[in-house]
Design a protein around this ligand. Sequence first.
Ligand code: HEC
Ligand code: HEC
Length: 248
Amino acid sequence: MKSKILFIIIGLSSLTLNAANNASNIDAKKANAIAEGGRIYDKWWKELKLEKPASTHPSYPAVGKKQGAASWRCKECHGWDYKGDKGAYNKGSHKTGIKGIRNAVNMSDKEIVAILKNKIHGYDKVMPDAALAQLANFVKNGQVDIARYLNKKTLHVNGNKKHGESFFNKNCKECHGSDGRKINFKAPLNTEYLGTVATENPVETIHKLRNGNPAAFMNGKPMPNMNKILNLEEQIDLLTFLQTLPVK
Ligand code: HEC
Ligand code: HEC
């Protein structure tokens, strides 16, 4: 009798375990594909190992302050918050007056790819079709809006710092160090640490922690994409902790 019950319990628990594993595998695969598109959105030539553009993008407006390769990044015209002139880039050195891509979540992948090939963009001339499809997947499925968590004045987010700290210890500390200063992003001439970016540019930090950083490796391991591990609220918890790290 006892062994029969045990048998049923083992049978049931392995069933549920299998179901959970399958679900997380499918999600991880989807999340990885979206994150790849997110890294292309960030800096496509680095992620795809293509030649860095030498001239300024023909559609980059004269009022903008950028030149050369920087003007070819999706984020330079549409922003880390994807809101273009309605978001963080409505002022300062990244201002272009170009609209965001928030509405494109309602377009089909085909329509988005057609936009990337149009006269304004011309990305079919610099990257393969597979990369355009990955970008469309990101534009459609990878955008988030953190406005409801963000204090617009202080740029602080108000999540659960304790939870964030444990996510940090598990997923980031190994490479960035316990105070976020093991990697200096502006070395050797300047200093910019994890705490600096998280405090000054929360929307950039969310984009990078969700999708990973283009071609960023340490000891042969890539920076992981948290979109397959943490939900948005947990990502905000992580960002809340990152904003407590030293900025210099
Ligand atoms: C040099 C500036 C510039 C860059 C870089 C740029 N775009 Fe655009 N993008 C524009 C302009 C201008 C529009 C058209 C806005 C309009 O119709 O008024 C646009 C429109 C879009 C739209 C349609 C938005 C809508 O709601 O109609 C999408 C989607 C888009 N871009 C995606 C991207 C992606 C992905 C990248 C990177 C591969 C990118 N763009 C790079 C300037 C740029
Ligand atoms: C396997 C090592 C590794 C892990 C783990 C890792 N990163 Fe990174 N990260 C890097 C490398 C390498 C860079 C790029 C440094 C450079 O280009 O100067 C980077 C860059 C970044 C940047 C970009 C900063 C900038 O302005 O360019 C952010 C933000 C960041 N990481 C956040 C995180 C967070 C948050 C975690 C944990 C969820 C994490 N990273 C985990 C290796 C890692």
